[in-house]
Design a binder for this molecule. Structure first.
Ligand code: SAM
Length: 276
């Protein structure tokens, strides 16, 4: 008889979040597939568990996934963990679940820590409808397209971000959604220095320009109001300048006209167009 795949969440900072069911499931595994075996070994040694570990991560998921499916099909029980939080949520696992489903292998998800849901719950922003956006791409074009696709999004949006990219992401968010849009920045959740900053995008930019961001962040961004016109951003203004240039108007005149129409400063638009 085939075994099972268990998706087991692990603490995002607080070991107290290891539930009895999480511990029992780890204990019952024939083997554990881990994103980083060194990280998981520490957790297992905290629980005084000795289990065979294999690695399953972004760069070996194909070969490792096939091996895992074979072992489960032959009757073993596998527990999948990531470094922290829920496997398969911005973490390896999605492909393994698909492979198991295709092989008619039972998959069981254990409930537990997930940074996105913890942050949403504490944000103070509407939770009735939300969208999970994960990490924004580091590729400028993909990032811009992703953000533009969200401009009319009315649901609350959840983003993951690393501290060293936070400032540029906040600037891009302000350019896309305007400075008045509300945001909750949820930092170091469940840890000693947990902090929830409920502010606006301009407030967040001002705050982190003064105080360099540290730790892990989830950003919860308010959705657009149903009848709110999309704010005109600097990117829109640049697109207008480029359109006019494409129509044969000189760069200088195009910048002058768009600055007059939109209120963006001429020198700001001019240097942005030169950089674009
Ligand atoms: N699968 C994980 C989960 O369910 O929570 C998320 C993994 S993703 C690779 C890592 C991102 O989760 C971090 O960059 C950060 O955005 C967020 N994160 C993880 N732990 C966090 C914490 N303690 N506080 C705030 N954000 C956290």
């Amino acid at each position: 008889m085939a075994g099972r795949l268990y998706l087991v969440p692990t603490p995002i900072g607080n070991l107290g979040d290891l539930s009895p069911r999480i511990c029992q499931t780890l204990e019952s595994a024939d083997f554990i597939a881990a994103e980083d075996t060194r990280v998981t070994r520490k957790l297992l040694s905290h629980l005084e568990l000795h289990k065979p570990l294999i690695s399953y991560h972004e760069h070996n998921k194909r070969e490792s996934g096939e091996g895992i499916v074979k072992r489960i099909a032959a009757g073993e029980t596998c527990v999948l963990v990531s470094d922290a939080g829920t496997p398969a949520i911005s973490d390896p696992g999605e492909d393994l679940v698909r492979l198991c489903a295709e092989a008619n292998i039972e998959v069981c998800a254990i409930c537990g820590p997930c940074a996105a849901i913890t942050a949403l719950a504490v944000s103070g922003l509407p939770t009735g409808r939300f969208t999970f956006e994960g990490f924004l791409s580091t590729n400028q074009k993909n990032r811009r397209e992703h953000l533009l696709s969200l401009r009319r999004e009315t649901r609350t949006m959840i983003f993951y971000e690393a501290p060293h990219k936070l400032l540029s992401t906040l600037q891009d968010l302000e350019e896309t959604f305007g400075g008045e849009r509300r945001i909750a920045l949820c930092r170091e959740l469940t840890k000693l220095h947990e902090e929830i900053l409920r502010t606006t995008l301009s407030g967040a930019n001002a705050h982190y320009a003064e105080q360099p961001p540290r730790g892990e962040f989830v950003l919860i961004l308010e959705g657009a109001k149903e009848d709110e016109p999309a704010p005109l951003t600097q990117k829109d203004a640049i697109a207008l300048v480029e359109k006019l240039i494409g129509e044969g108007i000189s760069k200088k005149d195009a910048v002058k006209q768009v600055a007059a129409d939109t209120g963006f400063p001429k020198n700001e638009l001019y240097s942005a167009v030169m950089k674009a």
